[in-house]
Design a protein around this ligand. Structure first.
Ligand SMILES: Cc1cc2nc3c(=O)[nH]c(=O)nc-3n(C[C@H](O)[C@H](O)[C@H](O)COP(=O)(O)O)c2cc1C
Length: 277
């Protein structure tokens, strides 16, 4: 039996993200069991930037559901993450989880490459903003193998499965979970599927997430994308270098330069007025 972990970022019960997860899971294969977890129930706290999680044999000192989630991820064969678009980005709880990346990166070896699909939901066409880009980036940073990602439209709870082609699309995602990943869509970064491009000059585009380069080539009436070498930002060695080595070097540097840095910071000590509710 294959175990699927459905992570629900919405607080609404039986709403779009939740029921789409059920549609996706139902199409993932005959012998699958879905377990659901509402991210809000983990009572995740905000990362305090203490770097304790970088100390060997130590973990994040925040007393919340992060390591319960870790156990559920380890136990699962595949992950479905659903999140609603709020204010043109993903609901904040996904960012609160994503911000715990340093703690997670220390142990992601234990689930590296687990298949994952992302179900995003939004209420108003054209107001989805950077939701999908942010969610896709987050699951790649967490070391999952992103097989499919789709934005479903529906403002009212239940509408997410009522749109034309929504159920078919959800089922396709289910098949992708333990099957073939979908290719990048036209306009998405071919490496990380981000939709956020920077035009350094009219010919050169750079993916603002993974650094993938490309250019738009004008051919008679068509414009064709041409890409440089695939970016390797989300490869395991790169994530490990960033979240293990480079950060540990910085922590060591902080200890060595603590006095000098304190002198600089102390100049800003004063009669600050801190407002507290
Ligand atoms: C606080 C809030 C902000 C929202 N912001 C947006 C938005 O910026 N763009 C959009 O298309 N939909 C927005 N929506 C609509 C939701 O994304 C949409 O209803 C979605 O399907 C909710 O998912 P759920 O049913 O799983 O909770 C917002 C909804 C709420 C409650």
């Amino acid at each position: 039996m294959r175990k699927i972990l459905g992570l629900v970022s919405s607080q609404r019960k039986q709403a779009n993200g939740e029921i789409l997860i059920k549609e996706v899971a139902a199409a993932a294969g005959d012998n699958c069991q879905l377990k659901l977890l509402r991210l809000a129930d983990l009572n995740l706290e905000l990362c305090r930037g203490c770097y304790t999680c970088l100390t060997p044999d130590k973990q994040c000192p925040l007393d919340d559901g992060l390591y319960y989630l870790v156990e559920q991820i380890k136990d699962a064969d595949g992950i479905i993450l659903s999140a609603p678009c709020y204010a043109m980005g993903p609901a904040a709880v996904t960012k609160v989880l994503g911000d715990r990346i340093i703690a997670l990166a220390q142990i992601m070896d234990q689930w590296w490459g687990k298949p994952c699909v992302v179900v995003a939901t939004a209420g108003i066409q054209g107001w989805e903003g950077y939701t999908s880009t942010a969610l896709n980036t987050m699951v790649r940073l967490m070391g999952f193998d992103l097989k499919d990602s789709h934005m479903f439209m529906g403002a009212l709870p239940g509408e997410g499965v009522m749109g034309e082609g929504a159920i078919t699309r959800a089922r396709k995602m289910g098949q992708a979970l333990f099957g073939q990943a979908r290719p990048a869509l036209v306009g998405e970064c071919p490496t990380c599927w981000s939709e956020a491009w920077r035009f350094n000059n009219p010919e050169t585009v750079v993916c603002t997430i993974c650094g993938q380069t490309g250019s738009l080539v004008l051919e008679k009436k068509n414009i064709r994308w041409e890409y440089g070498e695939a970016s390797n930002l989300f490869e395991k060695f790169n994530l490990e270098e960033c979240f293990h080595e480079k950060l540990r070097v910085k922590v060591k540097e902080f200890i060595a330069r603590r006095k000098e840095l304190a002198e600089v910071r102390d100049q800003y000590k004063g009669n600050d007025i801190w407002l507290r509710r």
